[in-house]
Unconditional design. Sequence first.
Length: 416
Amino acid sequence: MKPAALATIVLLALGGLVFIQFRLLVIGARLEKLKFDKQVDLALQEAVRSLDAPSPLHDTLVEYLSRAFGGAQEPPEGLAAALDSLLGRQLAQLGLSPRFAFALTDAFDAQVVLHSPGFDPETFGFGRHRIPLGGNVIGGCHCQPVLHLDVQQLFTYLLRELDYLVLPSLLFLLVILAGLLLLLRLLRNLRRLDAVKNDFINNLTHELKTPVFSIRLAARMLEENPDPPPEKRASFFRVIRTELDRLETLIEKVLELASLEGRRFRLQKEPCDLHDLLERTLSLWKEQHPEGPELRTAFQATNPRLPLNREHFQNGILNLLDNAGKYGAKTVELGTRDEGGKLLLYVRDDGPGIPREHRRAVFRKFYRVPQSEGVRVKGFGLGLYYLRQVVEAHGGRIRLESREGEGSTFFIHLPR
């Protein structure tokens, strides 16, 4: 199955999970609302029974209602608060503690005769929870009063009551969303990696064809003329030897990559004089590139002896020198100095520099800075990636400073 098809299936599955979780949350909220409405209605019924039974509150309410309908009357002091307290107690007995307001109206909800403190007729929900008062009250006041109860900020209250469902659901949705974002990021990285791997394979194929063609041509010439003049024979062997060296270099690059990919990159380190190793590295590179840039040194570290893997560290520095030479640097300076308890090694060149948007990416595997039209610099995008792995395997870190048109400086911080 192709990665794109698999990714689509996973995305659809995760999207389905999000939808199902949301629907479960909605259903849970509706069920909680139904349960809440039933409990509020039960609380109202109990409050009506209490008001219908003989009590001082019953008597005060009947006396007031008998005068209130048909004319404006001020309710006795404390009557609204007593009725509010009664409703609160009935709700609390059923495990409810919402903010609420109440109102007593006539049978047609046309006249409000009693209400809770802070009552606002514009926002009050008449009819949401509605119940006529009991027969004793109706008979005593010769009226038909109706008790209304409206729960304020109901949605917020229900969310609090549903925290056992809402919080895990939100957490699960966040996890799913994070998974979706991570998957999209991984897919984007995989597409980028696939593109650069294809570029690597194309570059490697091109680089392999040239030495193979040259060796085949030299071998054919020797086959057709087994006894050429000494000068021609030496020329043929020189071509074969040079191209074999190129093949060996390519194979080493691939083996370096394989060692990193196979998680077998464990360095055997031994005490080493870094200055001596750098001098040897410079001599080796100058021997291989006699027409390369001018090499300078500024070794100032007082104690250059460090635990190093000579082979890998030298290969990493050679990669830096190769890059400087390939991209047209005229001079390259290697220097060291003490920095706290560490040793700082820097490699500075006066090449074209690296654009800001590519400076972090150059240490990625297979990454190559896009080249201008008509310019083609050979390479596989492995040199700086390999160097970073080597430095980190030594417990150090590498960073880059660069300015376009002025050159680049690579700083390598190594523990002693």
